[in-house]
Design a protein around this ligand. Structure first.
Ligand code: OGA
Ligand code: MN
Length: 207
């Protein structure tokens, strides 16, 4: 089993969330696991398992490429050793966040996302109007040797009005409080892979 990430690294994410509402962790998982996850994503894409992502929920759900143009597939436990290893790492992160911030995070949902060249996701919050369970957003990037000129940054709109652009470099993890952080995905020149997910609270939680 990999010893990576360390408890110190997980704790630093909690400190960042408490202090600034977001955390950036380059090299969060090993290059080897990153590569396996990228291969798994490409395999699913080649099998036609990734579908155009929709926005909204329930009856209001719709595919709108003018808002988001990625293709996704939801992750389930038991599909591949690499995915299971990542899920168990995120479960460790979930309990460290719960111990530090008392958020009462109960579960984690995530999907692979593939943005074809030119695709983007306009500025949004990771919350549905009728469902406030998503509390913490977590994005892991799967793109080796990403170059600045290839674009595709995650643009975070910070509470102080500043923006922060994060290139989708392999093994970089970004974590932020879902309710407080509007963000967008800028168009990329190159195919852009990620594993995006959310820690959720109990259904009947109050804000
Ligand atoms: C999302 C999202 C960010 C990214 O899927 O909601 O904002 O960088 N993704 O892929
Ligand atoms: Mn989002």
């Amino acid at each position: 089993m990999s010893e990576h990430p360390s408890l110190e690294q997980l704790s630093s994410i909690v400190d960042d969330l408490a202090e600034q509402g977001w955390s950036l962790q380059p090299g969060f998982i090993t290059q080897c696991l990153t590569l396996e996850l990228a291969q798994e994503c490409r395999k699913r894409a080649a099998q036609g398992a990734l579908v155009p992502a929709s926005i909204g929920r329930g009856q209001g759900q719709a595919v709108q490429e003018g808002i988001r143009g990625d293709h996704i597939q939801w992750l389930e436990p038991g599909q591949s050793p690499a995915c299971d290893q990542y899920l168990s790492t995120l479960d460790a992160l979930r309990s460290v966040i719960n111990q530090g911030l008392y958020l009462g995070l109960e579960d984690y949902e995530s999907h692979f996302a593939l943005y074809p060249p030119g695709a983007f996701y306009k500025k949004h919050l990771d919350r549905f109007r009728d469902d406030d369970r998503r509390a913490v957003s977590v994005v892991l990037y799967l793109n080796p040797d990403w170059q600045a000129e290839e674009g595709g940054e995650l643009r975070l709109h910070l509470p102080d009005g500043q923006v922060r652009d994060v290139p989708p470099q392999a093994a970089t993890l970004v974590v932020f409080l879902s309710a407080d952080m509007p963000h967008e995905v800028l168009p990329a020149q190159r195919e852009r892979l990620s594993l995006t997910g959310w820690f959720r609270r109990r259904g009947e939680s109050v804000l």
